[in-house]
Design a protein around this ligand. Sequence first.
Ligand SMILES: Nc1nc2c(c(=O)[nH]1)N[C@H]1C(S)=C(S)[C@@H](COP(=O)(O)OP(=O)(O)OC[C@H]3O[C@@H](n4cnc5c(N)ncnc54)[C@H](O)[C@@H]3O)O[C@H]1N2
Ligand code: MOO
Length: 402
Amino acid sequence: MDFFNTLTYKEVLELIEKKYSDICIESEDINILDSLGRVLSEDIISPEDLPHFNRSTVDGYSVISNDTFGASEAIPSIHKIVEKIEMGKKSKMSLSSGEAAYIPTGAMVPKNSDAVVMIEHSELLSEDEVALYKGVAHLENIIKAGDDISKGAKIIQKGKKIRPQEIAILASVGIDKVKVRKKIKCTIISTGDELIDINEKIEEGKIRDINTYAIEAMLKDCGCEVMSKVVLKDTKSLFEKTLKEAISKSDLVLISGGSSVGDRDHTYDVIKSMGEVFVHGISIKPGKPTILGVSEKTAIVGLPGHPGAAISVFEVVVKAIINKLEKCSAKKRVGVYKISTNVHSAPGKHTIQLVKIEKERAIPILGKSSMISCLSEADGYIEIPMDSEGLYKEQEVNVNFF
Ligand SMILES: Nc1nc2c(c(=O)[nH]1)N[C@H]1C(S)=C(S)[C@@H](COP(=O)(O)OP(=O)(O)OC[C@H]3O[C@@H](n4cnc5c(N)ncnc54)[C@H](O)[C@@H]3O)O[C@H]1N2
Ligand code: MOO
């Protein structure tokens, strides 16, 4: 007999897409330097060309390329130096045939010039005359206006999580503020008569509260804001009051423990009394007794109490919910490795197997989901789909990094 109405992992991901589509996190305008790790809520259109003038990519002599045709070590082309271009200044000249202008890397190429000869291939004959020992092709050593980014082009798509690379591109076209999703407001509720805080004296039968700390750290790592966290005894009335308050001030409530079907496991009933429960049981290992629900515009997740299971479910389920709420397109950081040994998986279950990377091999870390030591040893995890019988030694696997 099974008290759970277990769904497949794929079905759960589809329900996340459907059931949380009405929850939309508002946007705010922020300075680009504060936007690291935030999710863009608008497409970014470049207001200008980059570069916005033709620039030299080398130190040398700006010329008309045709003039240098056939130039070599034996027969250089001789040019009159008509200008010494300075950085940050507009070139004053328009080159005529037989002329050259000295130009530093990054400076503005004069009018009519279409190539630059590197300084290594030149010899000053006098103050205003230079011999060029190498011919250059049209546009050689020049980056043209708009070559990198053209005005009006979409340079970053909405939904992108901002990294230093995005800050660089925003700066390059003079954008100092962007619209991003506000931080998701979260509340953590941990339940369990046995739980004591980390600075209390340990007694037999008591368990130190790990999950409140781990969940807060994971939420912060995802860029969420933890509004409050509370540790409760397994008392239904207190649980109801706390969840009601949490729903009123949060976009996402994470509950740890009490998600199974024991007589002290109230999470399912309490969420149900306040809204809809659409998942109770997922065919994943670990993490079967996971609950997903929604009340008004708040997503509610009941995580299994075992810390290993709670963390695994956070990785594969809660992160998908966070991405959904923020409309974020970020992908997981994945590496392909060979597995060091055969791995058996649970038939009919989507298995989340912790691994560490050593000598370019993914090594499974075997232990129960209640064993916390495995987590810190792991560099990431692999997912073995429910229709697979396991993995063979040396088979290639995708490692999702923590
Ligand atoms: N009859 C069944 N029993 C259980 C099943 C099942 O399918 N049928 N599934 C097992 C699995 S798998 C898990 S995981 C647990 C999850 O149960 P709960 O979510 O109700 O979690 P608790 O019973 O409250 O706690 C389980 C375990 O984890 C410890 N725990 C709880 N909270 C914390 C915390 N904040 N920090 C550290 N450790 C915590 C708790 O002391 C228990 O040892 O259900 C199985 N049972
Ligand atoms: O979620 Mo449980 O073992 O699958 O820890």
